[in-house]
Design a protein around this ligand. Structure first.
Ligand SMILES: C[S@@+](CC[C@H](N)C(=O)[O-])C[C@H]1O[C@@H](n2cnc3c(N)ncnc32)[C@H](O)[C@@H]1O
Length: 387
């Protein structure tokens, strides 16, 4: 990537100037280990191996900084590649962005709004993982993009009342939750801020809280996420330490919501009634949480809506077969399933078909045609007007 960028100097001077106009954070980078690693593995190597002595080390390291600060990982190739888009580099970061990005099959960048944007309002995307907790997001941004985030979400320790990063009070008799004592608006690391219970006001040093989070994080990274029973055990075990909406629990719920119906070859019809209703409630719960926290997570919302539409339709089919659902109630359940399908299809409309989300979008469009046919038959049988 660095070599391709350097090549622009002679092959495309206009593009070269546009590249150099981007932020490189060279001064901040000089204090990092990565700067020294880039010096030996990229700058020295490029100069010696490719005999490009007319680029000095500082110039090459500036390009490395531009790539680090402005690069996007493009998942449409295998392995993914990194690309810089100069106009999109103008977009600022927010942990609750009003825009989201997708990629076209040939690696073009598509920026789409995810909520209404007023004239004059800043456009933002999320530079980090929006489903990480506040301390992790801020640390990642400070390390890689060299700023302390002060977005609306970071400014609110409760993260819009979701308690996404909260853990249970360490006093077992208290039913409250621990959160950072002050909002993280200033330039300090989460490690310097104590955590306070929202009920008994007990204060805990951040080190104690982070030790718990690290222990649970290690357990999560070691667990077999492809096994529904393992996921269920994790949720049961750590419910006593974390807020019900905590990001670790949410991560496992997202996996479990998709696993029911994917393991084995019988698909959703082979899933037990219990697991089917668990799938529905997991999808609803996580969707409500993400809608409140970060509606811009369109990919995961689209995937969960697709999963939910299938589970709702399957539950209605079972109830109808057992005579527990009259045709009108069946129609209403299928209409809900259709609404979810339409929304999934809309949310995933920019995803390329080579990626799993693009395949789901394609399947959603096919299912929609089948669903319309099914609904027409039901309308005909109950003498209803088509909807
Ligand atoms: C991709 S560039 C964005 C364009 C850059 N501001 C420029 O003028 O070239 C990323 C850099 O912009 C700054 N930045 C972006 N979003 C920010 C935010 N929410 N708060 C503070 N700085 C931000 C940081 O310096 C970050 O490293």
């Amino acid at each position: 990537m660095a070599l391709r960028c350097l090549h622009l100097r002679d092959s495309n001077p206009v593009m070269w100037e546009r590249l150099l106009s981007l932020e490189s954070h060279c001064e901040e980078r000089k204090k990092t280990q990565r700067y020294e690693a880039d010096r030996t593995t990229i700058a020295e190597f490029v100069r010696r191996f490719f005999c490009l002595q007319d680029f000095d080390e500082e110039e090459i390291l500036r390009i490395c900084g531009i790539i680090q600060v402005n690069g996007h990982e493009v998942p449409v190739t295998d392995p993914p590649h990194v690309a810089v888009y100069d106009e999109a580099s103008l977009l600022e970061h927010s942990c609750r962005p009003n825009c989201a990005k997708s990629f076209s099959p040939d690696g073009g960048l598509i920026i789409h709004t995810v909520e209404p944007v007023l004239k004059g309002q800043h456009l933002s995307i999320c530079y980090t993982d929006a489903l990480w907790g506040t301390a992790n997001r801020r640390h990642h941004l400070a390390e890689t993009k060299f700023f302390w985030c002060s977005c609306v979400r970071c400014a609110d320790p409760t993260e819009f009342g979701t308690y996404f990063s909260a853990i249970r009070c360490l006093n077992k008799l208290c039913e409250g939750y621990l959160l950072p004592e002050k909002s993280l608006l200033e330039e300090f690391d989460a490690e310097s801020v104590s955590w306070q219970c929202n009920r008994c006001s007990a204060s805990e040093p951040s080190g104690r809280v982070f030790a718990i989070l690290e222990r649970v994080g290690v357990a999560l990274s070691r667990m077999q996420k492809g096994d529904p029973e393992v996921c269920k055990r994790f949720l049961e075990e750590y419910a006593s330490e974390l807020h019900p909406n905590h990001y670790y629990l949410t991560d496992v719920r997202i996996a479990l919501a998709q696993l029911h119906g994917q393991t084995g070859d019988t698909g959703l019809p082979g899933v037990s009634d219990h697991d089917l209703s668990e799938k529905i409630s997991l999808c609803r719960k996580v969707l409500a949480l993400i809608n409140a926290l970060v509606p811009g997570e369109h990919r995961i919302r689209g995937v969960l809506m697709f999963e939910l539409h299938a589970a709702v339709a399957e539950e209605a089919r079972r109830a109808s077969n057992q005579g527990q659902l009259d045709p009108i109630a069946l129609r209403d359940s299928l209409l809900e399933s259709k609404r979810l399908l339409m929304e999934a299809s809309l949310l995933l409309r920019h995803e390329p078909e080579t990626l799993p989300e693009g395949k789901i979008a394609l399947q959603a469009r096919r299912n929609l045609a089948d669903m319309n046919q099914l609904l027409q038959n039901i309308h005909a049988s109950i003498g209803d007007m088509p909807l």
